[in-house]
Design a protein around this ligand. Structure first.
Ligand code: PMP
Length: 334
């Protein structure tokens, strides 16, 4: 077997580190690594899906661009380009014989063991880049995609963009997400929705949020304290293609209770319906028609069964990318 079984989870046997592939077991850091103490990391979550043409990575370029945007915000000097991260991802999946999997690129402030620096100032520390991959099922459960999840509004406020920019997918942001998630789980919910510092709806601990009202989609605007989700963007584009109106606007907490349908979007959560908020039933308490329609179209796109809106190149076919490279190499040799 080319991948190993750890707690029934298949993990790619190699990890990409600063331009080379190393064994999974060697992808370790020192306890005095800057990122462990001060949260100085930025990362991505990407999924690859099985298609008739083999494994395909969903919106790889956009994810790697967001990774580099996050690094730029935190003044991280990254020596690899977006294309390097994309190529490394394809090579990693190919080598590990990965099919449907989750991909985790991460850039963080490391430790120079010859010239250690332990203070908050990140500049003396090296910037390390890694990519790992593993098989990951449905984030909020297999059933959730059809029956929906029960969620609460969190007592925790979403981070404000002037303290920790929500545009960056930074490790530190996820301390706020963890407070939201833990509170929800301990209260018997699957997930929590955070309000922003003004009291308007922002997002889940790891998902964007959409309301469906009279057949129209409503979602908080990018200017709010939300991550500019790539699934969010995909859903908006698919909806508009289907002739469904989309409005990006501020949303009051109470509007969540009154909406016809409600769903989360995210790489991990994909499109997950929400059946109740704070124990108040949403609509009929089951997946609504618009949610179902968007799920069907979204799943068709990610599995290569229909083109993306405007024929956008949303899928990177792992085998074909490799074949192209091999063809190019043999041409050069020939
Ligand atoms: N918001 C937060 C806080 C997230 O962690 C995620 C997951 N990356 C999302 C939204 C959804 O973003 P995407 O669709 O790009 O995965």
């Amino acid at each position: 077997m080319s991948t190993k079984d750890v707690n029934t989870m298949r993990i790619a046997p190699k990890v990409w580190r600063n331009g080379e592939f190393i064994d999974w077991k060697n992808a370790r850091v020192h306890v005095m690594t800057h990122a462990i103490h001060y949260g100085s990391s930025v990362f991505e979550g990407i999924r690859a899906y099985s298609t008739e043409r083999g494994s395909a990575v969903f919106r790889l370029t956009e994810h790697m661009q967001r990774l580099l945007n996050s690094a730029k915000i935190y003044r991280m000097d990254v020596k690899f380009k977006r294309e390097d991260f994309c190529r490394a991802t394809v090579d990693l999946l190919r080598q590990g014989d990965m099919d449907e999997c989750y991909i985790r690129p991460i850039i963080f402030r490391g430790l120079n063991e010859e010239k250690p620096a332990f203070g908050v100032n990140p500049f003396p520390n090296p910037v390390d880049c890694y990519i790992a991959s593993w098989d990951w099922g449905k984030y909020l459960g297999e059933e959730a995609i059809e029956s929906g999840v029960d969620v609460c509004v969190s007592s925790w406020t979403r981070i404000t963009s002037n303290s920790l920019p929500s545009m960056a997918k930074a490790g530190a942001n996820y301390m706020n997400s963890q407070l939201i998630k833990m509170e929800a789980i301990l209260a018997g919910f699957s997930e929590g929705i955070a309000l922003d510092d003004r009291g308007f709806v922002s997002e889940g601990s790891g998902e964007n949020l959409f309301l469906v009202n009279n057949g129209r989609l409503i979602t908080p605007p990018l200017g709010a304290a939300i991550l500019p989700g790539i699934t969010r963007d995909s859903v908006i584009k698919i909806a508009r293609e289907l002739g469904i109106e989309v409005e990006e606007t501020t949303i009051q907490r109470a509007a969540l209770y009154l909406t016809d349908e409600l769903f989360f979007t995210g790489t991990a959560a994909e499109i997950t319906p929400i059946r109740s908020v704070d124990r108040i039933t949403i609509g009929d308490g089951k997946r609504g028609e618009v949610t179902k329609r968007l799920q069907e179209e979204f799943f068709a796109v990610i599995h290569g069964k229909r083109p993306a809106p405007d024929n956008a190149p949303w899928l990177t076919y792992v085998n074909e990318a490799e074949e192209k490279k091999t063809a190019a190499a043999s041409t050069t040799e020939g």
